[in-house]
Design a binder for this molecule. Structure first.
Ligand SMILES: C[S@@+](CC[C@H](N)C(=O)[O-])C[C@H]1O[C@@H](n2cnc3c(N)ncnc32)[C@H](O)[C@@H]1O
Length: 255
């Protein structure tokens, strides 16, 4: 296979098409409502891994004061454009900053910390998970909630498609073009809780010719979240909130 780029890197198709792919993903339906329901009205929310601002903007539009942090300039550039386009009153409640959730200190407290759509799974399941839970705890007062949307390990263990030449997703673009997503590699390593995937993004023109493509590596990690949460002074607040059959939002409370 040709060169494999990291997910969400500069010039990547995973970043360029993030909003379209996410909008078509039925497994995310309802996540905004879950997070809004965990925050007090007009409460301040810290979003770890805010990406293109999908939730930052939506939660600000609901009246929350939202600070989104992300490590990827390519994702943040789209997020900043989204926030610029908001009505002034909403825009004033949304801000995006570049930062690493495993080592973040904004020197202020929030009512709720969220780490949506498998963002925690993007970093390794040892020190990086412990440090991210510590980041959440550092930005909460006693009783504050932190919500982490994690993939289900059983879903991570599933093999890739039987026929890798068939797209797992196909979306109509403008001018008759189509975006096709293929899973080229998928392997879960049980001992380390690591899922390695290579996803190929391909853009086909109206005649079906592939005019652009890019293979990108998406790695997810999984470990039991309770020990690193406990080490940060966070206890489970309620049963996990199932989302879309492939993941669950795990809610912790600062003691
Ligand atoms: C699946 S996207 C989620 C974006 C957004 N929260 C949403 O739900 O649409 C995951 C994001 O996490 C970001 N990310 C990965 N590791 C990170 C880290 N160590 N610190 C901050 N952001 C990180 C990626 O750049 C990417 O934008």
């Amino acid at each position: 296979m040709a060169k494999v780029a990291p997910y969400y890197a500069a010039g990547s198709l995973s970043a360029a098409f993030y909003d379209r792919v996410t909008a078509a993903d039925p497994t995310l339906v309802g996540d905004e409502q879950v997070y809004a329901g965990l925050a007090p009205p007009e409460g301040a929310i810290l979003e770890l891994g805010a990406g293109t601002g999908r939730l930052t903007a939506a939660l600000a539009a609901r009246g929350h004061d939202v600070t989104g942090v992300d490590i990827s300039p390519a994702m943040l550039a789209q997020g900043r454009a989204r926030i610029e386009a908001l009505a002034p009153g909403v825009r004033a409640r949304a801000q995006l900053v570049r930062g690493d959730m495993t080592a973040l200190d904004l020197k202020r407290a929030f009512d709720l910390v969220i780490c949506p759509f498998f963002t925690l799974a993007h970093v390794p399941g040892g020190a990086a998970w412990r440090n991210t839970f510590a980041t959440a705890a550092r930005h909460l007062g006693p009783g504050g909630l932190a919500a982490f949307h994690l993939p289900k390990p059983d879903i991570m263990r599933l093999p890739g498609p039987a026929d890798p030449s068939r797209p797992v997703m196909e979306l109509a673009l403008e001018d008759g073009r189509r975006l096709l997503l293929f899973v080229r590699e998928r392997r879960f390593r049980e001992g380390v809780g690591r899922l390695d995937q290579v996803i190929e993004y391909a853009v086909a023109d109206a005649a079906g010719r592939i005019v652009r493509k890019s293979a990108e590596r998406l790695t997810y990690w999984w470990t039991d979240p309770e020990p690193p949460a406990a080490a940060a002074g966070l206890v489970r607040d309620r049963d996990p909130i199932e989302l879309g059959g492939v993941g669950a939002i795990q809610v912790f409370r600062k003691t």
